[in-house]
Design a protein around this ligand. Structure first.
Ligand code: GLU
Length: 453
């Protein structure tokens, strides 16, 4: 069978971790099985769908590197397809137009509430043959009586639901748009989706979708309802747990690979391995290794994955994601080698390398005030000494530095701290010997002159 999966977000807000994890699982599953990933935008809720959210979905997926093979299909542009299928269901006796007004329905709901009963649409228009003229209608699915609706979930086994638990649910709304359950089922049929991998919160929708599949074809995809992600207090994951949109993690300096790695590992495992390259994930991912119980989001572990991934990246890959212009005198490779091991995120990495963007740097007032006149003369003296010796290797630099300390009866930090500030404009940059090596005698001299005269 051809493997075809879909990622079907609703563009109704920011792209959150749970939704992205669904995208990742579908992506990895399609890659692992040589299948296709369809991107489908479920924008049938006209009131809640926004263009901003649609754009955010696309740009976040692109940034993450989750590329899809087909789409994006927008459900709002496929209304004729859903209406054609609805018509087919009406003709085959599986659906009907319901002309009950909103007031009528609200009244029935209130009545059920008063009687402490669960509201169930009482099939008012199910068997009426004479439609009223010019009245708005919805299309409802005729839910069969006393039927067992069966499906198999690869994680949860065989599931059976009694059709008496469902009512005649709406498939086409009053505005002519399909409901989620209808559009999703029709698209799964039309797009020949072989595997539906989505959040566990959709488990309760599946019986309705099975009824629609059964009424139209003998198609049924294989289902996998993935467990939810919870916060560390075991409640539904939200902002309060530090879990915001993908964009906010991007702004906080998380790499796409860290997000994919951490989210994939939340709910899926491959032995004890924690850190994966994208190729490893594509190779190892399997639905069989998904976890049935909910996963707990842990921001500290997420940050650890990010810093580990930063260290593991090759310099070219980091460079392409950094947006830093190195001056020609500074070797970006060398700079990254010394900076990436000390950075826990990309913001820190960028900040620690800003001193590589220009020949000279001007200290801001707060840092400038940290260096007194005595220190300035010491730095000038060091600069003359250094340029004279002009050490090359790491060992030579170290010896030169230490000899200067001994000759001037200085302690390491008495020289290293002001020197680091003057050379990098920060108090916490990579090791001082590495900085000296990276900058070279000429630039060292220029920066000391600039800030110590
Ligand atoms: N649009 C649904 C959501 O965003 C997708 C459900 C599905 O995958 O069937 O939750």
């Amino acid at each position: 069978m051809n493997i075809r999966v879909r990622f079907a977000p609703s563009p109704t807000g920011s792209l959150h971790l749970g939704v992205v994890r669904t995208a990742i699982f579908n992506y990895l599953f399609s890659k692992r099985n040589g299948g296709k990933l369809v991107l489908r935008i479920e924008d049938t809720d006209q009131e809640r769908s926004t263009v901003e959210s649609y754009n955010e979905i696309l740009s976040s997926l692109k940034w993450l590197g989750i590329d899809w093979d087909e789409g994006p299909y927008k459900q709002s542009e496929r209304l004729d397809i859903y209406n054609r299928y609805a018509e087919k269901l009406i003709l085959s006796g599986n659906a009907y137009r319901c002309y009950a007004t909103e007031e009528e329905i609200n009244h029935l709901k209130e009545q059920a509430k008063k009687e402490k009963k669960i509201y169930k649409y009482p099939r008012i228009w199910r068997d009426k043959v004479e439609p009223p003229n010019g009245r708005k209608y919805v299309v409802r699915f005729k839910c069969p009586d006393n039927q067992e609706i069966k499906f198999k979930d690869s994680l949860r086994g065989n599931i059976t639901i009694k059709s008496s638990n469902l009512d005649d649910f709406i498939i086409i709304k009053g505005d002519g748009f399909p409901t989620y359950n209808f559009a999703s089922s029709i698209d799964d049929i039309e797009m020949k989706i072989s595997n539906v991998i989505r959040g566990e919160d959709h488990l309760s929708n599946t019986p309705k979708q099975i009824l629609i599949f059964n009424a139209l074809s003998n198609y049924q995809p294989e289902f996998t309802h993935v467990s939810m992600i919870l916060g560390n207090d075991k409640t539904k994951l939200s902002k309060r747990h530090g879990a915001e949109s993908i964009n906010s993690f991007r702004e906080k300096g998380f790499l796409p690979i860290s997000i994919i790695n951490y989210l994939a590992r939340l709910g899926w495992s491959h032995g004890d391995q924690e850190i994966f390259s994208i190729n490893e994930m594509k190779e190892f991912f399997s639905l069989d290794n998904l976890n049935k119980s909910p996963a707990v989001f842990d921001i500290e572990k997420f940050s650890w994955v990010n810093s580990t991934q930063i260290k593991n990246q090759n310099n070219d890959s980091l460079l392409s994601q950094l947006d830093i212009k190195f001056i020609p005198e500074i070797d970006p490779n060398k700079a990254l080698d010394i900076a990436k091991n000390k950075s826990s995120n990309m913001i820190q990495l960028k900040e620690s390398l800003l001193f590589c963007e220009s020949r000279k740097i001007k200290l801001d007032q707060t840092l400038f005030k940290l260096i007194n006149n005595e220190q300035k003369s010491m730095l000038k003296k060091f600069s003359d000494y250094y340029i004279n010796i002009n050490p090359n290797t790491h060992d030579e630099i170290k010896t030169c530095f230490n000899n200067f300390l001994t000759a001037n009866e200085l302690k390491m930090k008495e020289l290293a701290l002001p020197l680091r500030i003057v050379l990098t404009g920060t108090k916490s940059s990579p090791g001082i010997f590495e900085i000296l090596d990276l900058l070279g005698a000429e630039i060292i001299k220029e920066r000391i002159e600039e800030n110590c005269s």
